[in-house]
Write a protein that binds this ligand. Structure first.
Ligand code: CTP
Length: 434
């Protein structure tokens, strides 16, 4: 029996795929099809595959052309598969010509002509979500650049935060808007977008008041629109794996979460008025610092204390430390713009601890450590575009499926906003003089 193997993503299965499978099958008597996992695709830069692994495998199965379907999940797996299944022929489309010549050591390698005029990329781009960006160019440029990696999404217009007319105009040209304005403006900016029937992706914190958040969430629901929080760390693969590992008991019961996020901000020459308009430490870094705390320990702390170094006339906090007491744990975050410390995340448990090195909010690695160092484990996951790329893909999926991708629970979003509100109201706040 002559065994043939081929691999692919097979997203939105099309005629080109079917023709390839037919010709691959004709090369032997038995066809094995390897379908790639989301993670493997991500690691090779294919980030916005629309269908799940199961759906894609099911689609391949439905062609009736595969005798066996396997999952491809790691680099170098092809060699293992060829040996394990006793494969005689490896077949793949001509777009890969030369790339798999290294497999000739193990079996015959055949490149089959690619079918002209059809691809998953094209199918994904057929319905394009037109995105508008609201913000200063220095802030929205990253998103504009990252959007280029996401097919099915195109940036149509950009408006500056202080130009109301430009924003009105922008809203007539797009299906969705990404907002990077000062958090104090979010409520107005979001409301306007939702009332014009546009989906919203907004930098965190979504609002500065819980009541405003509730109102906007209800409005989005009523209009069938997506209102999603842009907190890129939540979309990084390493960070997510860490949270899931810890929630499944990897370090025992979690007893303490400690995070720190700081950046040096040149505030010396900045006019006082302008400083008031700047994102201060707690609005800029606070949500990121709070994310692992609320995700791991729940949104409901028994008590908290905010200690901030605030300049009286500008209300700018250079540094804030927020301590929490939960029923069975404590937590603390330190955030600063103009104060520097090690940007690490440490989560302590009854069996061990997790250590995420600086800058933990855009990490591709972390370590789980135990008393016995031989048990320590290090994890690595590819991170592209600081997570912004994945965040845009999640937004796109949310819009097309009509539900927010459950990366940040709405209870966590609300808990973050509540801290912002309490800070502004001076609740649980101790002020230190700069
Ligand atoms: N293929 C083909 N003809 C096409 C498209 C794909 O022969 N028009 C082949 C590829 O060469 C590969 C297999 O089908 O051997 C699976 O390809 P896959 O990467 O899943 O599909 P694409 O449509 O190329 O996907 P994308 O646009 O995401 O790259």
């Amino acid at each position: 029996m002559r065994k043939v193997i081929t691999y692919g993503t097979y997203d939105l299965l099309h005629y080109g795929h079917v023709r390839l499978l037919q010709r691959a099958r004709a090369l032997g008597d038995y066809l094995i099809v390897g379908v790639t996992t989301e993670d493997f695709d991500k690691s090779r830069g294919k980030i916005n595959v629309q269908q799940s692994l199961i759906e894609r495998m099911e689609a391949v199965r439905a062609t009736g052309l595969a005798d066996e379907i396997i999952v491809e999940e790691y680099e170098g797996q092809k060699i293992d598969d060829i040996r394990r299944y006793g494969v005689d022929v490896f077949a793949i489309g001509s777009d890969w010509k030369g790339k798999f010549d290294y497999l000739k050591e193990y079996c015959e390698v055949v490149y089959l002509d690619r079918t002209e005029g059809v691809s998953s990329t094209e199918l994904r781009s057929e319905s394009t979500l037109r995105l508008g960006l609201l913000g200063q160019s220095s802030n929205v440029d990253k998103v504009r650049r990252e959007a280029e990696f996401v097919n099915g999404l195109s940036v149509e217009a950009v408006a500056s935060v202080d130009d109301d007319a430009a924003y009105d105009e922008l809203l007539t040209q797009v299906d969705a808007v990404y907002i990077y304005s000062h958090p104090a403006r979010h409520y107005q900016n979001i409301k306007k977008a939702l009332l014009s029937g546009k989906h919203v992706l907004v930098e965190t914190p979504v609002t500065l008041k819980v009541a405003e958040l509730h109102e906007l969430m209800a409005l989005a629901d009523e209009k069938g629109l997506i209102l999603m929080e842009a907190l890129k760390t939540a979309f990084s693969t390493a960070y997510n794996r860490l949270i899931n590992l810890l929630k499944s008991g990897k370090i025992g019961q979690i007893v303490s979460v400690d995070s720190a996020c700081t950046s040096m901000e040149d505030v010396d020459g900045v006019p006082r008025e302008a400083l008031r308009e700047r994102w201060n430490s707690i609005y800029d870094w606070g949500p990121t610092g709070l994310l692992p705390i609320f995700q791991l320990l729940g949104p409901q702390a028994d008590s908290k204390r905010i200690m901030s170094m605030i300049e009286q006339d500008t209300q700018y906090d250079y540094f804030s430390k927020i301590d929490f007491v939960f029923p069975k744990a404590v937590a603390s975050t330190r955030v600063g713009k103009g104060v520097k410390t090690e940007g690490e995340l440490i989560i302590s448990g009854t069996k061990g601890y997790a250590y995420v090195p600086a800058p933990w909010w855009k990490t591709d690695t972390f370590e789980i450590r135990y008393e016995d160092p031989r048990l320590n484990q290090r994890y690595f996951y590819m991170l592209e575009g600081e997570g912004i790329r994945y965040e845009l893909v999640a937004f796109l999926h949310a819009v097309s499926s009509g539900r927010t991708y459950e990366r940040i629970d709405s209870a966590v979003t609300e808990a973050i906003v509540r801290v912002m509100e309490d800070y502004a109201a001076g609740k649980d706040l101790t002020i230190l003089e700069p």
